[in-house]
Design a protein around this ligand. Structure first.
Ligand code: PBG
Length: 337
């Protein structure tokens, strides 16, 4: 036998054999994508206005609470396990101290209550924790002398977590990247009698340019202006640091961890999953959605195919699930077969 595995002039090993027919390709598939792998991010808006489209995210709109309740009904029918809610807070309610974040009657809390009331435990509701949708400066934390301060911010994040949990959310997902917030929030929730509420830590969250369309959606880009989040979100150059972030969040009580953004960070997803063997999620963020959608709109990419392929790639990297703006569309597609 020659060193290339061939006998005479023909290969004895033919990897193409199992690829020849669809039944065989399905049989040997190492990964699959199902509706149960998806978390659907939804933007909610004040009042009863019609859905307001987000220009940089074709196909995605901000929904009134009533429309959101209906949309979540579709997600339930399709077997999507979790929706993640984000509020487009009216500008007049945004302040330096972001106090609207812990107003128990804020848009977010009213949306959580309405969705839980309509759908109960048929679907989980995830609530992001960070101050940017509520702050006049667009930063995730409190700013003192031009710097986002850590420990004082944590107090506000605890208050925000509590009102969202009291409103009925199932998962608290801190996306702020302050040090020590997972432990502080866990302790506060336990003391308040909410030991069963899950914490999904945005553990390795990078200071990324791929969040642009999201900031349009929640109206924080104008507030943030030319500012950036590099003093708390991670440097895209780093890998080892992601491992330290995840280790700390797990030690502080995170139930599940997330890597964000998604597609450009699959190496991080893979390493986190291999290192910790805990439920690991990835966020296919707004800019990733925008890229694929824009190319598809121009006819340069096949929307359905790239959507499915990109999500399967997360599974292959080791993700247990993906937050994606494609969630509902994909779930529909998977149902149709
Ligand atoms: C808030 C938050 C952001 C995203 C999720 N939670 C924006 C940011 O950190 O600036 C981005 C999600 C997306 O781009 O889809 N801290």
């Amino acid at each position: 036998m020659a060193s290339n595995g061939s006998w005479g002039s023909y290969p004895s090993t033919r990897l193409r054999r199992v690829r020849r027919h669809d039944w065989s390709r399905r049989l040997v598939a190492e990964n699959t994508l199902s509706a149960s792998d998806l978390i659907w991010p939804l933007f909610v808006q004040e009042g009863d206005a019609a859905p307001s489209p987000i220009a940089s995210m074709p196909g995605v709109s901000r929904l009134s609470i009533d429309d959101a309740v209906q949309a979540v009904g579709k997600a339930v029918e399709l077997g999507v396990p979790v929706v993640a809610l984000f509020p487009a807070t009216p500008v007049e309610l945004k302040t330096d101290d972001a106090r609207e974040a812990y107003n128990p009657e804020n848009l977010m809390c009213r949306a959580i209550r309405a969705i839980k009331q309509a759908h109960g435990d048929a679907i989980g509701v995830l609530a992001d924790v960070a101050l940017d949708p509520y702050s006049s400066h667009g930063q995730d934390g409190l700013v003192r002398d031009g710097y986002v301060v850590n420990d004082e911010t944590i107090e506000a994040l605890i208050a925000q977590s509590k009102v969202q949990v009291e409103a009925g959310c199932d998962i608290i997902a801190p996306s702020d990247m302050m040090d020590g917030r997972i432990g502080a929030i866990r302790t506060a929730l336990d003391e308040a009698g909410f030991a069963d509420v899950q914490l999904m830590a945005y553990a390795a969250k990078y200071a990324s340019a791929f969040y642009g369309p999201f900031r349009d959606a929640v109206g924080s880009s104008a507030n943030l202006g030319t500012g950036d989040k590099r003093t708390y979100q991670m440097n895209p150059a780093n890998t080892d640091e992601a491992i330290r972030e995840v280790a700390l969040d797990l030690a502080e009580g995170a139930d599940t961890v997330m890597v964000k953004p998604g597609m450009p960070y699959l190496d991080i997803v893979a390493r986190v999953k291999q290192t910790f063997a805990v439920p690991t999620f990835a966020y296919q963020v707004s800019g990733e959605y925008a890229m694929l959608s824009a190319a598809a709109e121009r006819g340069w990419l096949d929307r359905e195919k790239v959507m499915l392929e990109s999500l399967l790639a997360f599974k292959r990297a080791g993700a247990d699930g993906v937050l994606t703006y494609f969630a509902l569309e994909v779930a529909e597609l998977l149902k149709r077969g």
